[in-house]
Design a binder for this molecule. Structure first.
Ligand SMILES: *[C@@H]1O[C@H](CO)[C@@H](O)[C@H](O)[C@H]1NC(C)=O
Ligand SMILES: [Zn+2]
Length: 410
């Protein structure tokens, strides 16, 4: 929101106040999503595109999706050889996404499946977790993995089976590292909900829960998530400031202390959507997550890591930082991803692209999958990009929550 943000800054300067401004919610009426075909001399225009775009969405290999205001549309189109409008009106897509719905938590009870028919305010997600946990107190507990920039606890649920708490290798699952990827909060919560509510009645679930200890954090970027609900629906990063810039936020998924210093897979500009931070692991969220990963590694070890994102329908594995490297268990990672993609296609017809992260999508440094593979010693490590392929992008309609969480659970 480069130009809208600078408008807001001028406003607060005119008032001559240092008090945090009550930011107006960003209005995306008339904004379009464009898929840009990039010329070969990509570096030269990337910066200009970033300046003109309201947001850079998920970049692909030769294409880049951006949100652009009506005023900047023609200037952007002129920069690239080809562009296609993939969403005519982001404001209308937001209306179709559905209002945030507060759930009825008046009586503490295990949440019902209707939870997965709407998006919810952040506070309700915490209640969802504690109500779910409250229904299964002998095989789950709420944990926190550190604290965000603004002091919110990174809150998760730990689930175990017949072997008792902490007796088995870990399956670690993160959602909503990128604030705007709301479907990932719902999907990771669905995993937790299924594991607990189906344990007694479903033999497959029981065997899965008896075999591993699950650590599920549905929103590892709570500040960004709240900001995406109150102010800018398309916010991605955390809410950390730097003294050298008025731009806010580090990309938590470019800040992990593994190959952070390698160039080409993150930005050194605080205004970029992929700003890596000033030093490896210097985001408070990363500090907490790193500590938990290391402690799980040093305990029973990590068997599987899933970092759930949207959008694009990809299942990706290490490495992000170097496109020529082949991870030692590449064949197994590919075989599992192939089965997962086939299972999803069978239930719903949704198609996934699979492959090593860097060569399949784009280079990323300081990413969670690389850290948790290499330093966390996780047997398997995946980045998962949920629905869709760009029609709605991050603002997937509420009517697609249940189909998405169900196919992904399968
Ligand atoms: C990594 O995990 C394997 C089991 O998957 C274990 O045998 C090995 O000791 C672990 N290494 C470290 C350094 O933790
Ligand atoms: Zn993401």
């Amino acid at each position: 929101m480069r130009f809208l943000l600078s408008g807001a800054l001028l406003f607060s300067t005119a008032l001559g106040t240092a008090v945090p401004r009550a930011e107006q919610k960003v209005d995306y009426t008339g904004f379009k999503v464009l898929r840009l075909k990039l010329p070969n001399t990509k570096q030269n225009i990337q910066g200009r595109i970033e300046k003109l775009a309201a947001h850079v969405l998920n970049p692909g290999k030769e294409a880049l999706d951006i949100v652009v205001s009506p005023d900047n549309l023609e200037d952007i189109k002129a920069l690239v050889p080809e562009s296609v409008v993939i969403n005519e009106d982001v404001g209308a897509a937001l209306a179709e996404e559905g209002e945030l719905k507060s759930a009825d938590f008046s009586v503490a009870a295990v949440p019902s499946e209707t939870w997965f028919t709407a998006y919810h305010p952040y506070a309700d997600h915490l209640t969802f977790l504690s109500d779910l946990q409250g229904g299964f107190p002998t095989q789950s507990e709420i944990f926190t993995a550190g604290t965000s920039v603004q002091g919110r606890a990174l809150t998760g649920i730990h689930i175990w089976g017949s072997g008792g708490k902490g007796s088995k290798p870990a399956i670690l699952i993160h959602g909503t590292v990128h604030a705007r990827e709301w479907i990932s909060t719902m999907t990771t919560e669905y995993f937790a909900w299924q594991l607990l509510t189906k344990y007694a009645s479903d033999a497959t679930v029981k065997s899965l829960v008896d075999k591993f200890d699950y650590y599920i954090i549905p929103a590892v970027n709570p500040d960004g998530f709240v900001y995406s609900q109150t102010t800018d629906r398309l916010w991605r990063k955390n809410r950390q400031t730097v003294s050298t810039s008025t731009c806010v936020g580090r990309d938590i998924n470019r800040n992990w202390p593994f190959k952070w210093e390698v160039t080409g897979g993150a930005s050194t500009s605080p205004c970029s959507e992929t700003y890596k931070g000033q030093a490896a692991g210097d985001a408070p969220e990363n500090k907490g997550l790193v500590a938990q990963v290391n402690s799980l590694r040093d305990g029973k070890g990590i068997r599987l890591y899933l970092d759930i994102h949207s959008y694009g329908q990809y299942i990706l594995w290490p490495y992000g930082y170097d496109c020529s490297l082949v991870v030692h268990n590449s064949a197994q990672l590919r075989s599992i991803a192939t089965s997962a993609a086939a299972a999803i296609r069978t239930v719903s017809g949704t198609t996934y692209t699979i492959g090593p992260s860097c060569s399949t999508l784009y280079a990323t440094t300081g990413s969670s999958v690389d850290y948790i593979d290499a330093t966390g010693n996780s047997t398997y490590s995946y980045t998962w990009e949920l629905r869709d392929t760009g029609t709605y992008g991050f603002v997937l309609p509420a009517s697609q929550i249940q189909p998405t969480v169900r196919e992904t659970w399968v």
